[in-house]
Design a protein around this ligand. Structure first.
Ligand code: TRP
Length: 326
């Protein structure tokens, strides 16, 4: 049994790039019988930048609804909201006192902001410690993350190592990093990596009209309908190759090369497979968003399941650190 844990950013409705690059691989792990998954929404982390309470709540619900709609088994696994387990902030404090200042000052995520220090709050600076607490609170064994989080995981291991060393016992479990190096980069409609911040997303949970517009706006070259086209230099084809089955991909490839097949045709076919693949999830998503109490209940139950684990870890640490009267 491997205990797998990962944090989900609560930055709004997930798009196609999130679904293919992060959510679906995580759901695959959750389907393996030997895995026990802790997937939580990192809303405390969002406070480092997002200060608007209504937007935070809306984002959290949308992210939760998307994971549930795409098929996470919230009964078997642990799906919860970071802020529903405030124990994590207590652990953050303990770990802070084992985190050398230069380690945080050298974090890429902080260094990137060093020329705008007046905008850096202490929460952003200690972000990696909260992330370490997320992981160590539950004795996570494996933490699948993208390359951008690799350094944060190394910091988690270093902090846990320092803590264990000082305590003279293995109080904290060092997580094995699981960096998805071949993380698929899903192109957005302008060909750059699909990202909310570039405004180039395909929003699989958006109303059908919006979704269609986005697909129809994918940038292509200006080759005429009759001309042969190069599938390997086309974002429409690249997206199709992520979604369709092998034989269908080959068929589209041949049509591109033969000519007489326009980008409009390819976009229509892409839109069709998006609906085919995500139609049921879209319906579930809408039903959940129309009845957010179901989302909230699932998250509350998740928090109830993990809190005893969090409390047990803290008991163990408090005793070892000499806190409390016993
Ligand atoms: N920092 C991660 C990100 O930006 C999210 C995250 C928060 C996380 N806590 C975590 C990931 C713990 C893995 C484990 O994507």
């Amino acid at each position: 049994m491997a205990r797998i844990l990962t944090g989900i950013q609560s930055s709004g409705v997930p798009h196609l790039g999130n679904a293919l690059g992060a959510i679906e691989p995580a759901l695959e792990r959750a389907q393996q019988a030997e895995n026990e998954c802790f997937y939580f929404i990192a809303d405390l982390h969002s406070l480092t930048s997002l200060k608007e309470p209504a937007l935070r709540r809306e984002n959290v619900r949308a992210v939760a609804a998307a994971w549930m709609a795409l098929g996470l088994d919230v009964e078997r696994h642990y799906f919860y909201l970071q802020s529903d387990v405030p124990e994590v902030t207590e652990l953050t404090w303990y770990l802070s006192c084992y985190t050398p200042y230069p380690m945080l000052a050298n974090a890429h995520s902080f260094k990137d902001k060093q020329d705008q220090l007046e905008e850096v709050n202490a929460g952003l600076f200690t972000y990696p410690v909260l992330m370490a607490a997320d992981i160590l609170l539950y004795d996570a064994e494996e933490v699948p993350v993208g390359k951008d989080q690799k350094q944060h995981l190394e910091m988690t291991r270093d902090i846990a190592g320092a803590f264990n060393h000082q305590a003279g016992q293995e109080l904290l479990t060092l997580p094995a990093p699981r960096i998805d190096d071949q993380v698929m980069t899903i192109p957005g409609i302008d060909g750059r990596k699909m990202s909310k911040s570039y405004g180039n997303t395909i929003d699989i949970f958006a109303p059908a009209k919006t979704l269609k517009k986005q697909v129809m706006r994918i940038v292509t070259d200006s080759r005429e309908l009759e001309e042969p086209k190069d599938p390997d230099r086309c974002h429409v084809f690249a997206l199709y190759a992520h979604l369709a089955e092998g034989p269908a991909i080959n068929t589209m490839r041949e049509r591109y090369q033969a000519g007489g097949y326009g980008y409009g045709h390819a976009k229509k076919e892409l839109l069709r497979v998006i609906h085919e693949r995500y139609g049921a999830a879209r319906e579930r998503y809408e039903a959940l968003m129309a009845e957010p109490a179901r989302i909230d209940t699932a998250l509350e139950r998740g928090a109830e399941k993990v809190r005893p684990i969090a409390r047990a870890t803290l008991e163990r640490l408090r005793a070892a650190l000499g806190f409390g009267s016993r």
